[in-house]
Ligand binder design. Structure first.
Ligand code: PLP
Length: 371
């Protein structure tokens, strides 16, 4: 079948992932792969690992990567459960649901932790973080989310990890919803473990997450894991020394699609070019929504270019599910809010989405505005 003959999606996903992917990414899944064969291990898995290490840093020789089956949370849990030793303690910085999820994982695994939580509409205070590190020498690790997808807020990772390093802490960053869509360098940003997944800004389909880690720290994870299937070191050891082999069945089609997604990221001009497109999408969205009378939850200075929270109109005629259904019929899927303190809904602009799509969305919202 030719690419043009593949069916179109009935609607665009304006969500934080899984998101709308290109037809060419989906088309690569139309064949099967043997997990034992070089066509898969050497030519796809190893190539992907090489590519994501290059995307993550100019100092790729100091870093290595691990692919981990499951959704993004599985990859987060594998890092938390494998990087922190029995006598370690992690400071978890949270201003949203994904930071809280790290706290939950840590509790479940009975790992010592100190939570530092701030309101969802605020970024963490750097002085307070430093104060906690000064007062708690037993802290060994610092974990934080980059783009907190709950609201779309962008946390000042670079400054947080700089403070963490001043106190010799190991840094863990959940960059799930930002890696591939916001330029960063894990070495320059002092990140020891960065976590992301296939179905966010790299524009692949869901099925695995990946970790880019400083080799020196990765090597220390041996025998530390609290779960067999989520043992980060063991997975890395097998993959790294085994020429791209996974310990257990891998999502072969998803992995092949991810390879294509990385090629398309290169064709687009790399992360900087993608970042520009997303920023343009987001500017178009906010400008159009404000013209229609909507307000954003966050001030522009704190807002990421990934996903935006809008305050639900106060009119009693506004009902999110009704609004959602009408927009779906227009060809757009938006996302409910996740903020505890206020009534919001979210619109994502990552994935195979262009400013012209956002213009059409704004027209549709203007047309169906019924309240
Ligand atoms: C998507 C996302 C995750 C992972 O969620 P899954 O549902 O497990 O894929 C983790 N952290 C952040 C910030 C995310 O946006």
């Amino acid at each position: 079948m030719k690419i043009e003959e593949l069916p179109d999606n009935p609607y665009l996903l304006l969500t934080p992932g899984p998101l709308s992917t290109s037809k060419t990414v989906k088309a690569t899944m139309l064949r099967d792969w043997c997990t034992w064969d070089d066509d898969y291990n050497l030519n796809i898995v190893q190539e992907i690992r090489h590519k994501i290490e290059q995307l993550a840093t100019k100092k790729a020789e100091d870093y290595s990567s691990v692919l981990m089956q499951g959704s993004g949370t599985f990859a987060v849990e594998s890092v938390i459960g494998s990087a922190i030793p029995q006598d370690g303690k992690v400071l978890i910085i949270s201003n949203g649901a994904y930071g809280n999820r790290i706290i939950r994982i840590t509790q479940m695994l009975r790992i010592h932790y100190i939570p530092y939580t701030v309101a969802e509409i605020h970024i963490p205070n750097l002085n307070e973080i430093e104060q906690i590190l000064v007062e708690n020498e037993s802290i060994t690790h610092v974990a934080v989310v980059h783009c907190e997808t709950t609201t779309g807020i962008l946390n000042p990772i670079e400054q947080i990890t700089k403070i963490a390093k001043r106190y010799n802490k190991i840094t863990i960053v959940d960059a799930m919803s930002s890696f591939g869509g916001i330029s960063m360098d894990v070495a320059d940003w002092n990140i020891d473990f960065l976590i992301s997944s296939a179905n966010k800004c790299t524009q692949g389909v869901p099925g695995f997450g990946f970790i880019i880690a400083r080799k020196l720290e990765l090597e220390k994870c041996k025998h530390r894991a609290r779960s067999h299937s989520l043992d980060l070191y063991d997975q890395w050891e097998t993959m790294h020394n085994g020429g791209g082999k996974w310990r257990f069945t891998s999502p072969t089609h998803v992995v092949r699609a991810f390879m294509q997604a990385l090629i398309e990221l290169e064709e687009e001009g790399g992360i900087l070019a993608r970042e520009k497109r997303y920023a343009e999408n987001q500017r178009t969205l906010v400008k159009g929504m404000r013209a229609l009378g909507f307000e954003t939850l966050l001030p522009d200075a704190l807002q990421s270019t990934i996903i935006t929270s809008f305050i639900s109109p106060e009119q009693s005629e506004f009902n999110f599910m009704h609004f959602y259904e009408l927009l779906k019929a227009e060809g757009f899927i938006i996302y409910p809010g996740k903020v505890a303190q206020s009534d919001t809904f979210r619109i994502g602009n990552i994935g195979e989405i262009y400013p012209a799509d956002i213009e059409r969305l704004i027209q549709s919202i203007g047309k169906i505005k019924f309240w």
